[in-house]
Design a protein around this ligand. Structure first.
Ligand SMILES: C[S@@+](CC[C@H](N)C(=O)[O-])C[C@H]1O[C@@H](n2cnc3c(N)ncnc32)[C@H](O)[C@@H]1O
Length: 379
């Protein structure tokens, strides 16, 4: 693996909070943190990431998660539920797969004809994940493994041997934030996704830029505090890379549990959020669409994101951007589409980016606030 390709942070990062040290040093510190310092989920010091599964945790997903070997699960360091619907037979890539908890759950959900690849740079995480391949294959009754773990940097996925235009879905759990170059990471993710493919991932976001004076603290970077993107920068980068506008699926407030760091971070706030975004061809047809009720476990309605629900047999009109997502993605067979190109442009539904912090405040005012993860280590 060569680190030279990302030895410098992208030049045009403007307000992002990643202008600090070089990538080599970030890699070494993050690897040391997840490879040596942390031994189990409870060791996470600053943020307690045991966020409850979000709204989309169906029975099949729960079963898949509970089928994972306890040692693998005991080293889960994620911050959300990164398992979307409709994975059967799909090719899924996990960025920063760690001990492999999400990979193994997804390995069960994609079935023997599907494929799961986890990528991580930390050898000890990879070897733990690999040591449970046989166990899970037996558990799931597969004749041949549908899963593998690859060593590599997320900013150089093609160098790690991953094929371009290959994956149906990319997931990632609490890892994008750790990257020294988020733009490069998302560009690589876009490259290896098929057209119509989806990136569905949970991560930490800040409401303001973290002062550079805090950037050299390896623990704060390793736990995502100083490395998290400001949410507006995330939207900006996703758009520049070519993804559709990120759709907010679920969100949780993220209290800083460590008093020392809470004081250092002053009035910076964090959320853990799960987003979905797609790689689409550029042509956009004008289509209305109707959900057929065919996604397993979502027969009455399909929850797409925090504000979008498709009720079975209910026609949705003038939402051309959503129609493009549905028509080009793995959901295309679950919808009937109808051409409506005779409609005027101004009638199209337009989605504004959602400020996750305002959305949380709104939930709070309506008494619908999701529980924050417990601050078991509050000092
Ligand atoms: C917070 S842990 C999450 C692991 C796993 N997703 C989970 O939920 O348990 C982050 C993982 O990403 C890996 N990682 C972080 N930055 C990386 C990078 N730039 N390239 C490859 N792996 C990286 C670390 O080695 C670590 O295993």
């Amino acid at each position: 693996m060569s680190v030279s390709a990302v030895s410098e942070i992208s030049k045009d990062t403007n307000s992002w909070n990643v202008k600090r040290k070089n990538a080599k040093r970030v890699y070494a510190e993050v690897e040391d943190y997840y490879g040596k310092k942390l031994k189990k989920s409870e060791d996470v010091k600053i943020v307690n990431c045991s966020v409850k599964a979000g709204t989309a945790c169906t029975k099949l997903i729960k079963e898949a998660l509970s089928s994972v070997h306890p040692e693998v699960s005991s080293r889960y360091y994620g911050c959300g539920l990164t398992i979307p619907t409709k994975l059967s037979g799909k090719k899924v890539l996990d960025l920063g797969s760690g001990s492999g908890r999400d990979c193994y759950a997804i390995s069960k959900l994609v079935g023997e004809t599907g494929q799961v690849i986890g990528v991580d740079m930390t050898e000890s995480q990879l070897s733990l994940a690999r040591s449970y391949i046989d166990y899970h294959m037996k558990e799931y009754g597969y004749k041949t493994p549908n899963i593998s773990f690859v060593k590599g940097y997320l900013e150089n996925l093609t160098d790690a041997g991953l094929k371009e235009d290959f994956f149906d879905v990319i997931v990632s759990n609490c890892t994008v934030c750790l990257s020294p170059d988020k733009r490069k990471l998302l560009t690589e993710a876009y490259k290896v996704l098929k057209f119509g493919g989806e990136m569905y991932f949970s991560d930490l976001y800040a409401d303001k830029v973290v002062p550079e004076t805090l950037h050299d603290n390896a623990e704060m970077w390793g736990e995502g505090m100083t490395s998290a993107l400001v949410w507006t920068d995330f939207y900006k980068i996703a758009k520049e890379v070519g993804f559709t506008q990120p759709c907010l699926v679920s969100i949780s407030p993220l209290p800083i549990c460590d008093k020392k760091y809470r004081e250092a971070l002053e009035d910076i706030h964090y959320v853990s959020a799960t987003y979905r975004m797609f790689k689409l061809p550029t042509d956009e047809e004008k289509l209305n669409f109707t959900y057929k009720g065919t996604v397993p476990e979502n027969e009455d309605q399909l929850l797409f994101d925090h504000r979008t629900v498709f009720k079975c047999h209910e026609k949705k009109c003038n939402d051309f951007k959503m129609a493009a997502i549905l028509k080009n993605s793995r959901y295309s067979e679950d919808f009937d589409f109808e051409d409506c190109s005779n409609l005027d442009e101004h009638e199209a539904v337009c989605y504004k980016p959602v400020n996750p912090f305002e959305y949380l405040a709104q939930l709070k005012s309506e008494n619908r606030m999701p529980s924050p993860p417990p601050c078991s280590k509050r000092k």
